[in-house]
Design a protein around this ligand. Structure first.
Ligand code: PMP
Length: 350
């Protein structure tokens, strides 16, 4: 009996491993989720849309593009939205890359990159992070060839946490040809407090090949509703939109995202609380003797090498995210749960 053959590009594609489920949501420090509920007024706006889910959503995502246009003071045509920024990335790579092309990204970085990149059939070039877990931007620039179509830069980097500096990004963009798309994945941008951190938007203003990815999943706390977007030159944004499945953003998600932008004042307070916890957790780990990279996101990274899986098991019932042979990523949650993780970390070192 013969069975349908998938494209050969799929043979080696890793299956995305979601963060480990936990006994309760508050014990889940494995998916970089926001411990807080959606911002005030968001659930009411989303619930109102639930009453009309017998209708297809607004295919033009008009309200969200208008709200983003107001928020960033850029024309709506500069945005491309989909079911999370990861879906926007899949569409971007589908639109710009095919067999024979090359995609460059740092490693270790976001687990979805190998899946999204390999699906296109392009060759992927992984450039190892520096020993301090930062992007080796010079090595990445050196890895760009005439076949390179897209470079992915994750700042802050998931799962290690450090940012690329603005100067590094500026030099990188200056070094690569204008027809290479530089994706600056800023999923965690609201949590950044480092003054010299890369500002993808500022570079996108002068460089039409720079594409910034943003999401409502992290700081805005809408991970379950799936809304993310690219900010790009109009031509690039329109090309990405062509490769997005019709009706990707539901009206429920769109209403929640627009209401979240309207409630940005309340956002600041929550983000500050998470940043304060990150600073506290990093300091506590360093006091315990851990050598941890300087995370600017809502998670910390323990470079545990071969002990990663054992450490994750020791954290149970707190769910953390191990990467076998490499390290463990722990999201910032409620202070009491962070303390439970810190107690395990202290025990581990004693
Ligand atoms: N980029 C990075 C670096 C991430 O860590 C994540 C989420 N884990 C995403 C993008 C995807 O976010 P979204 O929920 O918008 O698809």
């Amino acid at each position: 009996m013969t069975t349908p053959n998938a494209r050969r590009a799929l043979d080696d594609i890793p299956v995305y491993k979601p963060g480990k489920p936990a006994e309760s949501d508050d014990l889940k420090l494995s998916s970089n989720e926001n411990p807080y509920p959606p911002l005030p007024g968001v659930m009411e706006k989303a619930a109102a849309e639930l009453a009309r889910v017998n209708r297809y959503p607004d295919a033009g995502t008009v309200d969200l593009y208008a709200a983003l246009s107001r928020a960033f003071d850029l024309p709506p045509e500069r945005f491309a939205a989909s079911t999370g920024s990861v879906a926007v990335l899949f569409s971007l790579l589908t639109a710009f890359c095919e067999q024979g092309d090359e995609i460059v990204y740092a490693w270790r970085s976001f687990e979805a990159y190998p899946i999204a990149a390999d699906l296109t059939g392009a060759r992927t070039i992984r450039v190892p992070l520096r020993p301090d877990a930062t992007h080796d931007v010079e090595a990445m620039a050196a890895a760009v060839t005439e076949r390179t179509r897209v470079v992915l830069i994750c700042t802050p980097n998931n799962p290690t946490g450090p940012v690329v500096t603005h100067e590094e990004l500026e030099q990188f963009v200056a070094a690569v040809p204008d027809d290479v798309i530089v994706v600056v994945d800023e999923a965690y941008t609201e949590f950044v407090r480092q003054d010299d951190a890369a500002n993808g938007l500022a570079l996108a203003a002068d460089h039409p090949n720079v594409v910034v990815l943003r999401t409502f999943s992290k700081a805005f706390g809408l991970a379950g509703l799936r809304v993310g977007y690219a900010i790009a030159a109009t031509d690039v944004a329109m090309t990405i939109r062509k490769a997005i499945a019709p009706f990707a953003v539901t009206d429920v998600a769109q209403a929640a995202a627009v209401a979240s932008l309207d409630a940005s004042e309340a956002l600041g307070e929550r983000v500050e609380a998470i940043v304060a916890e990150r600073i506290r957790v990093l300091a506590a780990l360093r006091d315990q003797g851990w050598d941890v990279p300087d995370s600017q996101a809502n998670f910390v990274w323990l470079p545990l090498g071969d002990d990663a899986l054992d450490f994750a098991a020791a954290c149970d019932p707190v769910a953390v995210r191990p990467f076998a042979g490499d390290g463990v990523r722990v999201s910032i949650g409620d202070p009491e749960v962070n303390d439970r993780f810190l107690a395990v970390a202290a025990e581990w070192r004693s």
